[in-house]
Design a protein around this ligand. Sequence first.
Ligand code: ADP
Length: 399
Amino acid sequence: MKILIVNAGSSSLKYQVMDMTDESTLAKGLIERIGIPGSCLKQTVGGEKYMIELPMNDHIEASKQMIKALTDPDHGVIKSMDDISAVGHRVVQGGETFTTSTLIDEACIEAIKSNIPLAPLHNPANLMGIKACLQVMPDKPMVAVFDTSFHQTMPPQAYLYGFPIEYYERLRVRRYGFHGTSHRYVSKRGAQFLGKDMRDLRIITCHLGNGSSICAVDKGISVDTSMGLTPLEGVLMGTRSGTVDPAALQFIMKSDNIDIDEMLEILNKKSGFLGVSGVSSDMRDVEKAAEEGNKHAQVALDMLVRGIKKYIAAYAAIMGGVDVIVFTAGIGENSPELREAVLSGMEFMGISIDREKNRVRGKETDISAENSRVKLLVIPTNEELVIARDTKELVSELA
Ligand code: ADP
């Protein structure tokens, strides 16, 4: 069975074809600048890259070009779309409606629409991708996989904010959490790697990329996570501030005479590594600047390290301990320095890192010292594989 995985943004469309017989990736593609001059499609098949530039005014045209590239006799991977059994779509916000991945039908589309107020930037783009695919592949079964659904198991004491309860009851303002497919994948994979059953483990997963979130996975289910109503909450990120005192916003807005939209733009796009270091939103640049003596870059790194440590200790406290800590995503997989800084000085919790084993990038590895009571793992994430597996499972039930 071959599955097409689609992740649509407002002006982009990422796709992958996976062969589920061995879960291998046959093709990866990225279409950028949809509806903007200079649209282009880049596709990689077995290390060979293919790129075309041509105008694509909307997601429907982009989907048609994706099909054309995938079935291209020279650069493609399939003879025709008949080879594709189903399509899995990434959807950012499933609200409280979706606790698992779901087959896409009219009711599902309406429910994704009804969650637009909670994710005004992401859900409309994801919907455009779904609608475009339905138009160009009307007969394919399609599945929606939500970033939020893994976290729907959180108890109210984890997901409620301290507002008057009516804001939850009337507006559904609560913690939803994101990166659910990643936290789900790496926690499960971590348990498998150790030859253990998820139901016997208290796992803390650290997804550290441009956007970062930490998750407490108790006996296989998410019981708390650092991102909130939106992906702005939690630790310091590439351009996002992470958690701040909300009253600080009023202080800044009044003194600089800016409105809430501008304030949120600052919090989402100009803060985090970029804002604090003044160097870059990219971890590699910040690490390099810190090495060269840039104090602002160093303090940005220290803030991230401190933030992660605090979540690890807090989540261990709510789970009554921790058995496994997993690092994943761009920074988590590739920065031994960051992992060492986070895990150092935590011996009081039974956490002890092996500095030699920790010298690893992007590879499943146990980096715990012999005497570490807590297992420390690097597990590269694979969100596309989760989407493909869920799609396969739901579509197989149709047969
Ligand atoms: P996204 O959240 O956009 O999916 P990624 O998971 O790709 O992001 O993570 C991007 C981050 O990973 C960037 O800050 C980048 O600097 C960092 N990163 C990638 N490779 C390395 C590396 N070798 N060392 C340190 N950081 C790295």
